[in-house]
Design a protein around this ligand. Sequence first.
Ligand SMILES: Cc1cc2nc3c(=O)[nH]c(=O)nc-3n(C[C@H](O)[C@H](O)[C@H](O)COP(=O)(O)OP(=O)(O)OC[C@H]3O[C@@H](n4cnc5c(N)ncnc54)[C@H](O)[C@@H]3O)c2cc1C
Length: 324
Amino acid sequence: MTILAHTTIIDGNIKRASFETLTRCRELASAHDHNFVASIVHPDAQQFVGQVAEYGPSKIVTVEDESLENSVNEPLIQALQSILDEVDPDISVFASTEQTKEILGALGAERGSAVLPDVSAFELTDGGGVRAARPVMAAKILSNTTADKPPVLVSVRAGVYDAEPSPSDPEVQQVDFNYEQPDLVPTLKEQMGSGGEIDLSEAEVIVAAGRGAKDDDGKGKQLVEELADELGAAIGASRALTESGVYDPSLQIGQTGKVVSPQLYIAIGISGAIQHVAGMTNSKHILAINKDPDAPIFDIADFGVVGDLYEIVPELVKQLKANR
Ligand SMILES: Cc1cc2nc3c(=O)[nH]c(=O)nc-3n(C[C@H](O)[C@H](O)[C@H](O)COP(=O)(O)OP(=O)(O)OC[C@H]3O[C@@H](n4cnc5c(N)ncnc54)[C@H](O)[C@@H]3O)c2cc1C
């Protein structure tokens, strides 16, 4: 039986979530004595082979082609088809990204595979299928789903497994690929950035601002940014602050925003509405600063400070500066 872990590369960097899925696949393959193969699809796939080999696959298959230069779905789907034809994996595992969400259904339909998207945990069943847990209803409920038999395509949320290298000396195979341009040609017109300097979905530390940090002279926003600067953190926001134009919509975290999984999430002046929590509940540690001791954010916070953010955040920045 073969488990394939696909490596997602965005802006020339392997996504942290891919190192996590590579690790999980290696552990499962080793526990069940299965083959563990990794794949890379990129115009210059070779340059990533060394990094992927750090995670222990016995084989790495690559597709290199100019058509893969931009993040357009059609060439990627075709490239992945070539890889799946070559490797014929029983289980293929992807990092759950916006693009994976778009392509997995098409890939599953083409290959007659079961698709388990955006899962927060998965394991192999005795029959060679996959059992997975998936947060639904704004992450209030975990739905358990089983694909009884292979082939299965799975995409995994970032931050649910730890990335742990275990180097191997894999065979590397370049798979032949000829991109067949479809009649309707998708064209990439504009690529929108993540909005912040640090990619929220990859960030180790996030400082997130809510309505409590909104004021007429922008003082709350300034404090949030000072704290983020001091910690080298990415900035996120609740919908209250993206809808009111204080922050770019691309920084919104939650059900209708980004799903994040940093090591540390600092929620400043955020009440903890279910739609916000849906996007950050996977954070390893949550620190909440809120003047209302009954704010629901404290129900999920590991650390809480009850008080006025205009007093607490400057003190926090001062202490961090003093202890640099
Ligand atoms: C379909 C749908 C989808 C949604 N999707 C999202 C989403 O993706 N992301 C999202 O965030 N929201 C989303 N929402 C909105 C969500 O329901 C909440 O309205 C929103 O999250 C509230 O943002 P907030 O916590 O910043 O504001 P509030 O709920 O108004 O909370 C502000 C908090 O700041 C505290 N505070 C005020 N002043 C201070 C101070 N000086 N010091 C310390 N604390 C202070 C208050 O005690 C309060 O707890 C969605 C809603 C719907 C209906």
